[in-house]
Design a protein around this ligand. Structure first.
Ligand code: AMP
Ligand code: MG
Length: 479
């Protein structure tokens, strides 16, 4: 439901108004040093539910509770370990969320039913002032539509949230730019659940042994199945992590159209792809600050795919790496992979299914993509395709359709079509392609075709997906 959203400044009068809104169970978006937060009174279950509504956030994802004073910790948590107190002393106010055992004053809506609660005291002056005036703990997730990159400037908040909340406070740019580190202090050994603004190194220098906090090294032989996890922090254009030397990346990009790439100042890529630099490769703070802005700005440049650099795991880089991996949904490709293009008509059902099934198999030096002979640019996969792929744990929500172009045909190692008429259409365009274009069934050593499920019910799509999975595996075994 659309509502009038008040756009507020950080003036004393506006902050007083915002605090009053919070006390009355309303939602206020406010700046913090990490990202903007979508806040409501953490002690009011209805107010907390309205946060989930505004974001479209799944209700099983708990919220962080923000406080202004140390004395508030005891009101909402119990059994506070000595080591947690050390963390508060050293890193609060700041980008660290501490998970403690909760008191019953915190409603289930905040913690998604867990018996723990995440607490943070932010450092941003506007946030501190607002929390002091509100006099209640404030539950606040990042102020983006669920799944999108977190907003680090009021203009991105307005993009996502205008009309969905009662008020937005414009506090300029966020200085840290990635979310807080989340550390569980209820486990026997402190465990970092999410890397963020405070690094694992800083924490273990204070506490000794600490678990978690690093994105696991990817096994090169079997990269994580693309799309196997839900994407998060994702712009509306698919993101992929691109591995390779500068020269390999340049020659990879030279074969693509309408690509965008996030780079570093030092890279100086020679490419026609749209580039946005995260900052200096020697300055993780700068890169963290620019990260979400760069993802949001990249989608506005009209690119149809975004590549992001592979980065290390030290210090603050691990938080940046974690966000980029999640925005890519685990899709990691190597600039030297050979490309197999799966082709159907509209690139919204059969070929995206084939692409994702192929990429979920252990990597053999090939990368599956897809396109359509009569496809438009930028259509989402059909609803029934999304649902039937979800049953295999594969998320194709971020797929966008694209037409097969001469440049794609040229760079492909192999083009596998769903039907004979797709194949004949391509050979009609260019007879010299005969070695490169086959139907998927033919390449798998069979004779049939994969009919278009378009307009069919979910069961039609299910059996289409099942058949494509079987043929893709057979084709893969023949590579
Ligand atoms: P966001 O609000 O978007 O920054 O996300 C909050 C993060 O904190 C999510 O990753 C939550 O899963 C995590 N979180 C909040 N409270 C808890 C808790 N009690 N236990 C574990 N994780 C939590
Ligand atoms: Mg978030």
């Amino acid at each position: 439901m659309y509502m009038e959203t008040k756009l507020l400044t950080s003036s004393a009068a506006d902050l007083a108004l915002a605090a009053e809104l919070l006390q009355n169970g309303k939602r206020v978006i406010f700046p913090t040093e990490t990202v903007y937060g979508l806040g409501a009174n953490a002690l009011d279950p209805d107010a907390v539910r309205s946060i989930f509504e505004a974001k479209g956030r799944p209700s099983d994802n708990p919220l962080i509770v923000h406080i202004a004073e140390l004395s508030q910790v005891e009101e909402i948590a119990e059994e506070i370990p000595e080591k947690a107190k050390l963390l508060m002393d050293k890193f609060w106010p700041g980008p660290l969320t501490i998970i403690l055992k909760r008191k019953s004053i915190i409603p289930n809506e905040v913690t998604a039913g867990l018996n723990t609660v995440g607490i943070r005291m932010p450092e941003n002056e506007i946030a501190r002032e607002l929390l002091s005036l509100a006099k209640v703990p404030v539950a606040a997730p990042s102020a983006n539509i669920s799944g999108r990159p977190s907003p680090t400037d009021a203009k991105y908040v307005i993009e996502d949230m205008n009309g969905r909340v009662e008020a937005i406070i414009d506090g300029g740019n966020c200085t840290v730019g990635v979310e807080s580190t989340v550390i569980d202090m209820t486990s026997p050994i402190p465990t970092i659940l999410r890397p963020g603004g405070v690094t694992a190194e800083e924490i273990s220098a204070l506490l000794g042994e600490v678990l978690g906090g690093k994105e696991k090294a990817e096994n090169k032989e079997t990269p994580k199945a693309p799309g196997m996890k839900y994407t998060h922090y994702a712009p509306s254009v698919p993101v992929r992590i691109l591995r390779g030397s500068i020269a390999q990346i340049e020659s990879f990009l030279a074969k693509r159209e309408n690509a965008g790439i996030l780079t570093f100042d030092e890279f100086n890529l020679n490419t026609e792809a749209k580039q946005i630099s995260l900052g200096s490769i020697n300055n993780p703070k700068e890169c963290a600050k620019n990260l979400f802005r760069s993802l949001r700005d990249m989608e506005k440049l009209g690119v149809c795919e975004i590549f992001a650099p592979e980065i290390g795991n030290d210090g603050l880089w691990s938080a940046i790496k974690n966000r980029l991996y999640k925005s890519a949904g685990g899709n990691i490709i190597n600039a030297t992979y050979k490309e197999i293009i799966f082709v159907c008509t509209g690139n919204t059902c059969r070929s995206p299914m084939a692409e994702c099934f192929f990429n979920s198999l252990p990597n053999k030096g090939y990368w599956g993509t897809s396109a359509g002979i009569f496809a438009q640019n930028g259509q989402k996969a059909s609803e029934n395709s999304i649902l039937s792929m979800k049953e295999y744990g594969i998320d194709i929500k971020s797929h966008l359709s694209k037409p097969l172009t001469p440049k794609m045909i040229e760079r492909a190692e192999l083009i596998l079509t769903m039907t004979k008429s797709h194949k004949n259409a391509l050979l009609g365009l260019n007879n010299s392609l005969s070695g490169k274009v086959m139907t998927l069934s033919e390449f798998a050593g069979e004779d049939g075709e994969i009919p278009d499920p378009f307009g069919g019910d979910l069961d039609t799509y299910r059996s289409c997906a099942k058949e494509i999975k079987r043929l893709v595996k057979k084709a893969y075994d023949r590579l």
